[in-house]
Design a binder for this molecule. Structure first.
Ligand code: HDE
Length: 692
């Protein structure tokens, strides 16, 4: 149902209340009084002063003045959507959580985010993406607040404020916004060897997603699952996108920032709006104490992952995002995720990063949303019945009846409503399964022994990448470190750390910066060689598909109508969206004399917005566009960003001018293009840019 502006939604059930006036068409004050004039303030004479008496003006401006709430200290820029999770496998041997009953469907709300930038920053910086899912289960809300990278920068929550201060805009100058390529971040990172593994991921194409629909998600920490008999197992959570993982490349991401600040949120919104619902599979890695004890890393250390080759990911459900929010502020901005939102059958581990998070998120919601009653905001409220004896507070919207606001009470004996009671059988119970030695004992400000290995998995990650991906990582380090003013100290310190990861990588970065190779940093614990894991590479796991993709088709006056028609049908049949670009947005007059409307004007629709492009022009159209820089750039960037370019024969001079050289990705406009458009041509890269 589409709600009109004058309706308000309140309460847990999301029911719609009509205004007190009884007439839903009449604009009213917040207190229901019908307003006769909402455009002119009350004045003493037509040119006289505005009167204090004007409560309509006062209420409107008062409310407006307070429209903003503090943005999230991290993950401020985000976008959300509703959906459903369906459990597809019987895992009652592992957990008693109702959400995992085979066939059970649970409503979800997901918020994706960047980490460092403010709410008004861009969608495509090099940054980690938040992947936070709220499951409204029948046993209460379960929030799986993860990222698109399976490890984290630090091992202990006490370091988080330092990490965040270092990466966000610098304190004195207020820039740079939304990026890690600056002094304070690399100063901190080069002094923090435990961040090295995460840095490898951050410098890889993982932080340049093509679409939020094409990212993986990870719970990061080790959690526990507990079955009905109380038996606990360790688990790691994974989200796998059905569209496959797909990233852009750095030059493309930079240009995307200029072409469309909102690239990712628009992409997600439009896909859902168009009925192309993004889907992920939820998988778990399950292991026991014996496995944990045998690994060269600590499973409680959030800077480590468990290779999928060692513990395969078992798929247990599917999530489909099928509904956009009705109101960005009410839902996406006000949604409050809490790692402490857990349900019976799932439990925490002693990961010291997770333990710190269990404190942090509740605090932050009170500061952001201003009240302890933030759980009553519709997007946060459980869908199952809930109740306790917590009462009152700012913005209380529930109206509990009767006197029962304490326990124990015996009010029921007098026939009064006595309120809810705890249930040992149904309730959450903390498991006492320890994951190894030292989980209890003396009070110490220390970390467990294996946490001192900072490099083995950074090496594992690097060595699991394709040659091209390794070159991207080396080039990202060079780019980011070249933005550091203190060239003498910081980059050298970073490269000294990288020598513990991989000598070749360290050399490439030093070369790229043109600095001397520094002495190797001393490692707190000698790294070990782990077996490379193909699953850590994007390129080794990419799907050749046009599903969920967008193809830009450049046309102009004179374009062959038949060729265009056949091509667009073929693209659509392959599952992609066709976006027609023309010099004028009103369209182009095709060979059949008919006007073909464009979806975007050439100057505002550069090729970085598309996964592949086709250039369908007549001789005259080509002649005209040879004089249009945006058209030449369209082809040049598509080529430089390693995309397929399909073209009509007549368009060849435009491609020549753009420096497009023939290769497997440069095709005609027939089937060869449809096949090529499903992939990218990474082999082309050494010919178009110098990588480290
Ligand atoms: Fe967060 N994090 N975080 N974080 N985090 C927040 O909570 C924090 C960490 C993650 O879309 C804040 O509501 C601490 C790891 C996501 O609303 C805050 C530590 C992971 C989101 C906070 C971490 C995350 C947040 C800011 C170290 C991946 C966005 C606003 C112990 C597993 C959720 C808010 C959304 C948000 C604290 C580390 C993911 C301040 C103290 C590790 C996806 O509470």
């Amino acid at each position: 149902m589409t709600k009109s502006a004058h309706e308000t939604t309140t309460g847990q059930g999301g029911e719609t209340h009509q205004q007190a006036s009884g007439d839903t068409r009449v604009l009213t004050t917040n207190h229901g009084m019908p307003i006769s004039d909402n455009q002119n303030s009350l004045k003493s004479g037509a040119r006289g002063p505005t009167l204090l008496e004007d409560f309509v003006l006062r209420e409107k401006i008062f409310h407006f003045d307070h429209e903003r709430i503090p943005e999230r200290i991290v993950h401020a820029r985000g976008t959300g959507a509703h959906g459903v999770f369906e459990a597809t496998d019987d895992i009652s041997d592992l957990t008693r959580a109702a959400v995992f009953t085979k066939g059970e469907k649970t409503e979800v709300f997901v918020r994706f985010s960047t980490v460092a930038g403010g709410a008004g920053s861009v969608d495509t910086p090099r940054d980690v993406r938040g992947f936070a899912v709220k499951f409204y289960t029948r046993e209460g809300n379960w929030d799986l607040v993860g990222n698109n990278i399976p490890v984290f920068f630090i091992q202990d929550a006490i370091k988080f404020p330092d990490l965040v201060h270092a990466v966000k805009m610098e304190a004195d100058r207020g820039y740079p916004q939304a990026g890690s390529a600056h002094d304070t971040f690399w100063d901190w990172a080069s002094l923090m060897p435990e961040s090295t593994h995460m840095l490898m991921w951050a410098m890889s194409d993982r932080t340049l997603p093509r679409s939020l629909r094409m990212i993986e998600g990870f719970g990061v920490h080790t959690f526990k699952m507990v079955n009905a008999a109380g038996k606990a197992s360790f688990v790691k959570f994974h989200w796998k996108p059905k569209l496959g993982i797909q990233s852009t490349i750095w030059d493309e991401a930079l240009k995307l920032q200029a072409a469309d600040n909102d690239y990712h949120r628009r992409d997600l919104f439009e896909a859902i709006d168009g009925g192309d619902f993004p889907e992920w599979e939820l998988g778990i890695q399950v292991f026991d104490q014996e496995f944990a004890d045998a690994q060269p890393y600590d499973v409680l250390d959030a800077t480590k992952l468990i290779p999928e080759e060692d513990v395969p990911v078992r798929i247990i459900g599917t999530m489909t995002l099928n509904r956009n929010v009705d109101n960005f502020f009410a839902e996406t901005e006000q949604v409050a995720f809490l790692p402490t939102n857990i349900v019976p059958g799932i439990d925490f581990s002693n990961d010291p990063l997770l333990q710190g998070r269990l404190f942090s998120y509740l605090d932050t919601q009170k500061s952001r949303l201003g009240t302890t009653n933030f759980h009553q905001i519709p997007v946060n409220a459980p869908r199952c019945p809930f109740g306790n004896f917590q009462r009152d507070g700012m913005m209380q919207t529930m109206v509990p009846k009767g006197r029962a606001n304490y326990e124990p009470n015996s009010l029921a004996e007098h026939g009064e409503e006595a309120g809810p009671r705890e249930s040992a059988a149904k309730g959450f119970a903390t498991t006492n399964l320890a994951s190894g030695p030292d989980e209890q004992g003396d009070k110490l400000r220390v970390r467990a022994e294996l946490f001192a290995d900072h490099y083995s998995q950074a090496r594992l990650f690097y060595r699991s990448q394709t040659e091209n991906e390794q070159a991207h990582i080396a080039s990202s380090f060079v780019f980011e470190l070249s933005k550091v003013a203190d060239l003498d100290q910081v980059p050298a310190r970073m490269v000294a750390n990288l020598r513990n990861v991989d000598e070749d990588l360290a050399k490439r970065v030093a070369d790229g910066l043109n600095i001397e190779l520094p002495a190797k940093a001393e490692a707190a614990r000698k790294p070990v060689d782990m077996k490379p894991s193909d699953k850590l590479s994007i390129h080794k796991n990419m799907k050749a598909t046009l599903k969920g993709r967008k193809v830009g088709v450049l046309i102009a006056d004179g374009t062959d109508a038949g060729e265009l028609d056949t091509l667009t049908k073929a693209i659509e049949n392959a599952g992609a969206i066709v976006f027609v670009v023309a010099p004028k947005v009103g369209g182009a007059k095709l060979s059949d004399g008919k006007l073909r409307k464009a979806d975007g004007q050439l100057a505002g629709s550069p090729s970085q917005l598309f996964d592949a492009v086709a250039i369908v022009l007549s001789d005259d159209g080509t002649k005209m566009l040879l004089k249009e820089g945006a058209a030449v750039q369209f082809a040049m960037d598509a080529f430089g960003h390693l995309k397929a370019i399909g073209h009509s024969k007549a368009a060849k001079p435009l491609l020549d001018k753009a420096g497009v050289e023939p290769d497997a990705g440069v095709t005609g406009t027939g089937d060869d293009f449809i096949k090529a458009a499903a992939t990218r041509f990474y082999d082309r890269e050494p010919g178009v840019r110098m990588l480290a």
